[in-house]
Design a protein around this ligand. Structure first.
Ligand code: IP8
Length: 249
């Protein structure tokens, strides 16, 4: 079973509010279609999570909402969730055009955080959808947070939690870069400890309320399953079982 994250910066123009990168999304959808068509036994289960990019992050920062700073205003929740819902419909639309049985799972309606900020993401729905042959498509969202109102849950956090709960075999993060880059802009093939790449792991440069590459690597290192970070050109090879980009053990 594979958990795949489509980075928000990959499928949107990240610096222009609510602007889709239609070509990139088409390419991603083509790669997913190819992978599922090649899966003769139909046993390759896939869960997709997408990030926000220019949908969601701008709304979240306008309302001062982060993963820890919450809001008690329904209008703010609707703004952020609405933007993510719009992007989710774009993603689903491209998958449906390819006859893939993709259905949305909105974290606002299922997930929450406790007083300590720990995520509770019920997965019965996702498991059942998978068992029935659907491709669940989740997204970063705004969710209920005990004592804080509502805060952001990033796609990365969902990927890590889903991978752990569902016992994913492989995790893929499709990003704007071809992998984690070293000081000479070369892809680091493998990271087994944060220290392997600590000096090159900076923060994300555009508006991103949920952290950059460093946060991704830290979270993936905690997982049992092997994870890969790769660019759009790596998506098809990844889904075909190869290890493009950076492998995080
Ligand atoms: O792009 C965050 O998801 P991410 C979504 O995976 C928001 O960090 C800001 C609602």
């Amino acid at each position: 079973m594979i958990v795949l994250k489509l980075g928000g910066s990959v499928i949107t123009e990240k610096d222009r509010a609510e602007t889709l990168d239609g070509d990139a999304l088409e390419r991603a959808a083509d790669a997913i279609e190819t992978a599922l068509a090649d899966d003769e036994d139909e046993d390759e289960r896939l869960v997709i999570v997408h990030g926000g990019g220019s949908f969601g992050h701008h709304n979240a920062s306008e309302h001062g909402v982060t993963t820890t700073e919450g809001t008690h205003e329904a209008g703010a929740v609707m703004d952020i969730h609405g933007a993510m819902g719009t992007l989710n419909r774009f993603v689903l639309g491209r998958l449906h055009e390819r006859d893939l049985e993709a259905v949305p799972v909105h974290p606002l309606s299922t997930a929450s955080r406790d007083d300590d900020g720990d995520l509770d993401l019920p997965t019965t729905q996702v498991r059942t959808l998978l068992g029935e042959g659907f491709v669940p498509v989740l997204h970063g969202d705004v969710i209920a947070h005990a004592g804080t109102g509502a805060t952001i849950v990033s796609g990365d956090e969902l990927v890590v939690d889903l991978a752990r709960q569902l016992g994913a075999d492989r995790i893929g993060l499709c990003s704007t870069v071809p992998g984690v880059l070293d000081g000479n802009d070369e892809v680091i093939d493998e990271i087994v400890a944060f220290e392997d790449a600590a000096d090159v792991l900076g923060e994300s440069d555009a508006t991103d309320v949920t952290g950059g590459m460093a946060a991704k690597v830290r979270a993936l290192l905690e997982l049992e399953a092997e994870a890969s970070i790769f660019g759009l050109e790596g998506l098809e090879p990844f889904l075909a079982g190869e290890n493009p980009g950076t492998t995080i053990e």
